[in-house]
Design a protein around this ligand. Structure first.
Ligand code: HEA
Ligand code: HEM
Ligand SMILES: [Cu+2]
Length: 709
């Protein structure tokens, strides 16, 4: 047996450390540092888990769990870890571009290419997607009064496939290299001729894993909305976040298929010499551009719709009002989802269609501004004459409205083909999309994180540190990206490793400073979670509803029990929980408790994930025996599982009664607290008897939070 049969294309010098030893340079040193961080990080995690004896609880309580809430939390943890990597990469890119004025800077062009590709790929597929999937997984079933998603095992497998993809991207830091073809990976550049290394293969398999995973999530969440709503929860009574989950899932269902097709066809081109995308041999590169953006454009709405959903929950809660224009928001969401499939061509106006085609797609693109505008006005009208509490999520929202409109308007500019010919692939474009994604998606998710954290963990996050993070993020984004609009208009192109125009220099410097402010904001979020954990006694909110919120997820304990609801809620109005609190009928005992069945934990998903990881890694390195083993292993585990008849366990009615009545008694006995006084700075310390509500609320913690403001 020779080396190639056993190890495929793997060689000793495939390891990142070999490059640094053979050819020491600043670029290799950075690569060496990154590889070391991955290895040391992995060692640190393994040591910590072993020393603390956490392996068994991690396996039993988390990795094998089929509970949508735990799966949701794991998605978010994965996204946070990957975010830290992609954020560091962003800062490194910024410093390279600052250092590269009239010189090469400190990174080799190839290394810089890997950086923007991994940054873009990770941020989209392994940060934004898992983060929203985590939110949707955790919240939607609770909001529609369900006990879990329709297919819990499929849900766990989806998580593990995304995780396998993320591990693959991390592995490329240590073994081999990553693609330099950008997150959109256009051939012919990503074909074998121009990218013969394994980098593009890493990209292909990581993205394919993520794509298959998201398709399965889409099937699951769509089915859940249609099948698992509690009695009385008609579609038009669903909270807006659940609506956006539904629409984003339908988008995923249709949009990820073209992506899987594109990556599979690229793989066939690279592995077995097909010519799908090779113009010279009868293929056509434009097929790739069309397939990719048929995914890529709806993708940005897959990200933004759930973020709109977050705002639609945050704004009414902190304005103490019903959501203004519920129906119009639902129709706007459906409208955006529908139109988002008709505009993909605006990503390649410059690639040879006739002017007529460009104009048609340009107009279709601009139409999206209308339903988006409806949303913006609805949120503003929700705030209008509301009793607004300016807590951190609300600060993020107000900032979002202002900055997002600017980003949206630059989108409308780009939608005009004549303008786009000037600024396509310039830093103006980079500024546009970060302008949509950072305030629109990232900050919305930060706001959602602060908002729902007490639901998930039973204690609130420290408000003061949250505000500090906000005050880094707010100017940070503007300083990091508004300068790019200016130099982009002046001609600076994206993906440039070095440049020599003196006019750009101050703008790149400001952009660097802005990026550092964003990093500082993330630092505050980390400190916030540590400090809040330490003070969890004072910040405790176990009774479920610390913000006086409106939808069903707030009617259960925090954290919610495994089965979510002891008895399924029965709903007869929109915002029923808010209404019941208003007229004093919330927290009634159910008339009857019944035994319920829930799924036992299962090791199927982690095993499938492991097999998929082996398969993908083997494909990257052409280790065929391992590929066959991985493929067969994954199916073997799934087939074995189908023979398991002992998959359910029963939670007896008596247990449900005991747990639920204990919760309800605690809520009913809790002293009434005026939340308005706590959170709005102008009311601090004033007595305002008309604002005092007699509603039960969590004891403890309020004073600490009040004092922090
Ligand atoms: C979450 C992400 C997100 C969102 C929400 C958007 C939203 C929009 N985008 Fe953007 N876009 C991206 C992410 C996003 N984009 C990315 C990642 C790329 C580049 C990919 C790459 O090449 O790598 C890109 C690229 C991109 C291009 C291609 C440019 C090029 O390659 O040269 C175009 C062109 O039309 C465009 C347009 C728009 C428009 C019109 C909207 C609209 O949805 C905006 C709508 C919002 C408003 C208009 C503001 C609020 C509205 C009102 C206050 C009402 C009044 C206004 C009107 C009626 C006009 N985008
Ligand atoms: C948090 C602060 C962030 C900073 C400072 C930052 C910075 C950068 C920089 C410097 C580039 C390269 C620009 C160029 O081509 O010259 C880039 C590209 C990109 N970023 Fe970010 N980014 C951030 C967050 C995000 C987020 C949250 C996302 C998505 C969820 C994202 C998605 C992308 C994408 C898709 C690209 C394009 C990659 C490519 O060209 O293929 N970024 N970013
Ligand atoms: Cu688009």
């Amino acid at each position: 047996m020779n080396w190639d049969t056993v190890f495929g294309k793997l060689r000793w010098d495939s390891f990142v450390f070999a490059g640094a030893i053979e050819n020491p340079s600043a670029s290799e040193f950075v690569a060496f540092g990154a590889g070391s961080i991955v290895i040391l990080g992995a060692i640190a995690v393994v040591t910590l888990l072993s020393v603390m004896g956490w392996w068994v609880p991690l396996w039993k309580n988390w990795l094998t769990s089929l509970d949508h809430k735990k799966i949701g939390v794991m998605y978010i943890v994965l996204a946070i870890i990957m975010f830290l990597r992609a954020l560091i990469e962003a800062a490194v890119m910024r410093s390279q571009q600052l250092a590269a004025y009239d010189g090469p800077g400190y990174l080799a062009p190839d290394h810089f290419g890997q950086l923007f590709t991994t940054h873009g790929t990770i941020m989209i597929f392994f940060v934004a997607m898992p983060m929203i999937t985590g939110f949707m997984n955790y919240l939607m079933p609770l909001q529609i009064g369900a006990r879990d998603v329709t297919f819990p095992l499929l849900n766990a497998i989806s998580l593990m496939l995304t995780t396998a993809g993320a591990i693959l991207v991390m592995a490329s830091l240590v073994i081999g290299e990553f693609s330099t073809g950008g997150w959109s990976a256009y051939p012919p550049y990503t074909g074998l001729e121009f990218s013969p290394g394994v980098g593009v293969d890493y990209w292909i398999w990581a993205v394919t894993l993520s794509s298959i995973s998201s398709t399965m999530t889409a099937i699951n969440l769509t089915a859940t909305v249609y099948k698992n709503r509690c009695p009385g929860m008609t579609l038009m009574r669903m909270p807006l976040f659940s609506w956006t989950t539904l629409c984003a899932s339908v988008l995923m269902l249709f949009a990820l298929a073209p992506l899987t097709a594109a990556t599979s066809m690229l793989a066939l081109d690279r592995y077995v010499g097909f010519k799908f995308f090779t113009n010279a041999d009868g293929g056509n590169m434009m097929n790739y551009a069309n397939l990719f953006w048929l995914f890529g454009h709806p993708e940005v709405y897959i990200l933004i719709l759930p973020a709109y959903g977050v705002w639609s929950e945050v704004v009414p809660t902190f304005s103490a009002k019903n959501l203004y224009g519920y129906r119009s928001l639902v129709y706007a969401t459906i409208g955006i989802a529908f139109v988002s499939f008709l505009v993909w061509l605006h990503h390649f106006f410059t690639m040879g269609q006739s002017a007529g085609v460009n104009v048609a797609f340009g107009i279709a693109t601009m139409i999206i501004g209308i339903p988006t505008g409806v949303k913006v006005y609805d949120w503003m009208l929700t705030m209008y004459r509301g009793r607004i509490r300016f807590s951190t999520p609300m600060l993020f929202h107000i900032y979002f409205i202002v900055v997002f409109i600017i980003g949206g308007m630059t989108g409308i500019l780009l939608a005009n083909p004549t303008v786009d010919f000037q600024v396509h692939n310039s830093l103006f474009l980079v500024a546009h999309f970060h302008n949509m994604i950072i305030p629109g998606v990232l900050y919305a998710l930060f706001a959602g994180y602060i908002f729902w954290f007490p639901k998930v963990f039973g204690f609130r996050l420290d408000e003061r540190l949250g505000r500090r993070a906000f005050w880094c993020f707010a100017p940070g984004f503007i300083l990091a990206f508004f300068p790019l609009y200016i130099i982009g208009l002046a001609g600076a192109t994206r993906r440039t490793v070095s440049w020599s125009e003196p006019f750009y220099l101050p703008y790149f410097a400001v952009a660097m400073f802005g990026a550092l402010l964003i990093v500082a904001g993330v630092g505050y979020l980390i400190v916030q979670v540590v400090v809040s954990y330490r003070n969890r006694e004072q910040l405790a909110a176990p009774l479920g509803d610390p913000w006086d919120a409106r939808s069903l997820e707030w009617s259960t304990a925090s954290p919610p029990p495994e089965y979510n609801f002891a008895a399924l809620p029965v709903v007869d109005a929109r915002d029923m929980f808010a209404e019941e609190k208003e007229n004093g009928t919330a927290y009634r005992s159910p008339t009857v408790y019944e035994d319920i069945e829930v799924l036992r934990n299962s090791m199927t998903a982690p095993l499938v994930g492991l097999a998929a990881l082996a398969l993908a890694f083997a494909l990257v390195w052409h280790i065929w025996w391992l590929a066959i083993l991985g493929f067969a292993g994954a199916w073997a585990v799934i087939i074995a599982r189908s023979f398991n008849t002992n998959t359910m366990k029963v939670i007896p009615a008596a247990t449900l009664r005991a747990e639920n009545e204990a919760f309800l008694t605690a809520v009913r006995n809790a002293p009434g607290v005026d939340r308005d006084l706590e959170f709005s700075p102008q009311n601090k310390g004033k007595a305002a008897p008309d604002l005092v509500q007699e509603r039960p609320a969590p004891a403890g913690g309020h004073q600490a939070l009040g004092a922090a403001l």
